[in-house]
Design a protein around this ligand. Structure first.
Ligand SMILES: *Cc1c(COP(=O)(O)O)cnc(C)c1O
Length: 358
């Protein structure tokens, strides 16, 4: 069986070595030494000023919205994972969808301006598949209308933009370290910002607002992550380079094998140092896309319609037509991509796709 993704697992003894140290210390959570070490190493690896390790990428979004004290309307993309929209609604704000650019599949900056009202307080955009948004255009709009910007950078581990981490853009970037992501801590996530005061605020928010043992600095939530999760992150971080390289090699193989079909793919930003985190292909029609899903399934291969359906169709948001996102969402498929996937397996997947579309 070939799934769309499989978590990376480091050699067990390397993980166990760190866990043994946790046993000796008997310090499992609450800003332990491994959490601190992981934060320091991630800051260096990702080249960012401030980073807080959290329980997951969804809490990261919620803490970001809370820290910026957002109210009213947040302009966002219909083409993302459900957490991008649900965290806006969870924080009692209204998601205002604008359509995506048909080449990058990221939020279309030209449509953002038209959606701004007196109630708009922020833009929450996703770097889809790790492909950077048009951050310069979004930055100009945000400055002009005095809006905050949060990037859902869940897919962006290792992505660069103009030779620096994409996580440096916007007021806050959030990232996910879920088991299915390129780099993971089993469950986990982080908020990243260049603003020291904002980082401090988010540190209070993730720890119940604790300012010492008996004092509180505002309302907070429990967004802390544990030593066990940090141990997995530290162990996996030593393989991040190898994982990124393998992703690129797999992309090249897929490109080569699928070349005869001349399939559409998202257009990666020219300024990007890309992390190749997913392998999405866009078929000519939904029928063709579903046909491929079926053909692969017959061979126990599971590609994923990702993202499908569009978030503007969720039953807890006001429906609005998003022609580009709806069209792409029906035709796009992410093919299997993970560290343990072999060249033979990629060959087989492409053979089935090529055969099915003949
Ligand atoms: C994975 C993901 C999230 C949620 O992250 P979790 O760590 O699973 O909570 C949010 N947004 C996007 C785009 C994602 O892919």
């Amino acid at each position: 069986m070939i799934e769309v993704t499989k978590p990376f697992l480091p050699p067990l003894e390397l993980y166990q070595k760190r866990i043994s140290e946790v046993w000796e210390r008997n310090w499992l959570t609450n800003d332990g030494p491994l959490v601190k070490e992981l934060e320091a190493r991630l800051k260096a690896y990702l080249d960012v000023a401030h980073l807080l390790f959290l329980t997951n990428g969804t809490i990261a979004l919620q803490i970001a919205i809370k820290a910026l004290k957002l109210k009213g309307e947040i302009i966002t993309t219909p083409f993302s994972y459900v957490a991008t929209t649900s965290s806006i609604v969870w924080e009692s704000c209204s998601p205002i969808f604008v359509d995506i650019d048909k080449e990058s599949l990221n939020i279309d900056p030209q449509s953002i301006e038209a959606a701004i009202t007196e109630k708009t307080t922020a833009i929450l955009a996703t770097h889809v598949y790790g492909n950077p948004c048009d951050v310069d255009a979004i930055d100009l709009i945000a400055k002009k209308y005095n809006l905050k910007v949060i990037y859902d950078a869940a897919h962006c581990f290792g992505t660069q933009y103009n030779n620096k981490s994409i996580l440096n853009y916007g007021d806050i970037s959030t990232i996910s370290f879920h088991a299915t992501k390129l780099f993971h801590t089993i469950e986990g996530g982080a908020v990243v910002t260049n603003d020291a005061a904002l980082n401090k605020k988010m540190a209070y928010l993730r720890n119940f607002g604790h300012d010492g043992i008996e004092k509180f600095n505002g309302v907070g939530i429990n967004g802390k992550n544990s030593e066990m999760h940090a141990a997995m992150g530290l162990t996996n971080l030593d393989y991040a380079g190898a994982i990124l390289e393998k992703r690129k090699a797999d992309h090249d193989l897929y490109d080569q094998y699928l070349a005869p079909l001349k399939l559409d793919k998202p257009k990666i930003s020219a300024e990007a140092g890309y992390n190749y985190s997913y392998y999405p292909v866009i078929f000519n029609s939904e029928t063709e896309c579903l046909q491929i899903v079926q053909s692969l399934k017959q061979h126990q291969i599971f590609a994923k319609r990702y993202f499908y359906p569009v978030l503007s169709g969720l039953d807890y948001v006001p429906f609005k037509e998003m022609p580009v996102a709806e069209d792409i969402s029906k035709r796009i498929l992410c093919l299997p991509l993970y560290y343990q996937l072999t060249a033979e397996e990629i060959g087989l997947i492409c053979e089935i796709i090529n055969g099915s579309l003949k």
